[in-house]
Design a protein around this ligand. Structure first.
Ligand code: NAP
Ligand code: G4F
Length: 342
């Protein structure tokens, strides 16, 4: 019996080829969570990073995987760098998470946002088409594309796009060029239309982290007021760790497709603020919050709430972390950071 099984085990061992994944935006919020998931699944992970004078590995260090990734220099606005990277690595899967992702800045930096978020996707698709056309491609599309569009208060794959910012407009181009390369060249390309997702490593300019960081600073006497814009906007907020699983599942499907990824619940910025202060033991939050016109946008997306039925039925995906658990997780992480500094 033993002699019979040993050769079989050897064949299994040697026939296993590690899958290769390339992630752009590896140092942002989603990049580290996705890299961690893929490493756990035994992928070799390559991360595209821009040239820096001072690289910031804080997020990837936070998840404890900084040394497990192979970093390659390149830029989404530099087509030749992408061509070389795809030619040299020949990844099985490419996750395009890199973007100028802050909506507010896109009004001031519309050209840069368009170059990175629209043309960058075209360049990457061209590189794959030319050097590795069988690679599976994930595009980080967004609920910002819906903007004013909704169907009875919800958005799903059939809802018409009506973007409200240069960011949203650029992402609509990226969405359609991703669909177009699938339809024109038979490439395996998928759009994940992800609603807002957050975590303890969310950038501090986004409202969730701005609030949880502000609450922690106020709690420790390091800040007096939290300056915010529109408290009435509602968002469908989920946990980034859950959402990267949907990205992975999209590229494992039998056929490429586009999916909304959301919790189906929405909450206002005011609810977020109330809950975050409350969790830190501060009930009179109004004393600490000031409305500041600098944080109001020229055009707002008032309400986002996704219907992720297709992702649930076809991919078996569903979110695990609730809004309340998410806010608590982020407040606790920020309190801990300042506690350690004190
Ligand atoms: P993020 O934290 O802002 O990370 C974006 C990453 O893109 C950063 O690491 C950034 O690099 C990189 N990047 C920017 N310009 C680049 C360029 N020219 N070349 C190469 N890389 C570049 O964003 P995220 O929250 O992780 O989101 C990931 C993706 O999902 C983005 O495309 C975003 O638009 C999209 N999305 C996000 C959400 C959400 O709620 N988080 C929802 C829907 C869609 P540096 O580290 O050098 O700045
Ligand atoms: O946290 P936010 O900046 O996220 P926003 O604009 O919804 O965009 C995020 O989610 C998109 C998915 O829908 C992604 F595609 C995009 O890359 C990004 O990750 O703002 C959320 C809401 C907005 O309505 C904003 O007007 O919060 C409101 N808000 C109120 N006061 C504020 C503030 N937003 C920010 N960032 N800062 C404030 O002081």
């Amino acid at each position: 019996m033993v002699l019979y099984y040993v050769p079989l085990l050897c064949i299994k061992h040697f026939s296993h080829r590690m899958k290769k994944a390339l992630i752009t935006g590896i140092l942002g919020q989603d990049g580290p969570y996705l890299a961690k998931l893929l490493l756990e699944k035994d992928y070799k992970v390559y991360g595209l990073i821009r040239r820096y004078s001072n690289p910031n590995f804080e997020n990837i260090n936070y998840l404890g995987i900084a040394d497990d990734i192979e970093y390659i220099e390149g830029d989404l606005t530099d087509e030749s760098s992408l061509m070389n990277i795809i030619k040299n690595i020949r990844p099985d899967e490419v996750y395009n998470l890199g973007a100028q992702s802050f909506v507010h800045s896109s009004f001031e930096q519309a050209k840069l946002t368009t170059e990175v978020n629209s043309l960058g996707v075209l360049y990457l698709l061209n590189a794959i088409k030319q050097f590795n056309p069988t690679a599976r491609f994930y595009q980080a599309s967004t609920s910002e594309m819906f903007g004013l569009g909704n169907d009875g208060g919800f958005q799903d794959e059939k809802t018409a796009f009506h973007p409200r910012s240069p960011y949203g407009v650029a992402k609509v181009y990226a969405y359609w060029i991703t669909v177009n390369y699938r339809e024109s060249y038979g490439m395996f390309t998928a759009n994940g239309i992800l609603f807002n997702h957050e975590s303890p490593i969310r950038g501090k300019q986004f409202v969730t982290r701005k609030v949880t960081d502000g609450v922690a600073r106020i709690k420790y006497g390091l800040q007096e007021k939290l300056h915010l814009g529109n408290l009435e906007a509602t968002r469908d907020w989920g946990f980034a760790g859950d959402y990267v699983e949907a990205m992975y599942l999209m590229l494992q499907a039998d056929t490429p497709d586009d999916y909304v990824v959301a919790t189906g619940e929405h909450h206002s910025v005011e609810e977020l603020v109330t809950l975050a202060f409350k969790h830190a033991g501060i009930t009179d939050w109004k004393k600490y919050v000031a409305i500041d016109p600098r944080f109001v946008r020229p055009a707002e997306v008032p309400h986002l709430r996704g219907r992720a039925t297709k992702a649930r039925e076809k991919l078996g995906w569903r979110p695990k972390v609730s809004f309340e658990e998410l806010v608590k997780m982020m407040v606790d992480a920020d309190l801990k950071r300042y506690e350690e500094k004190n």
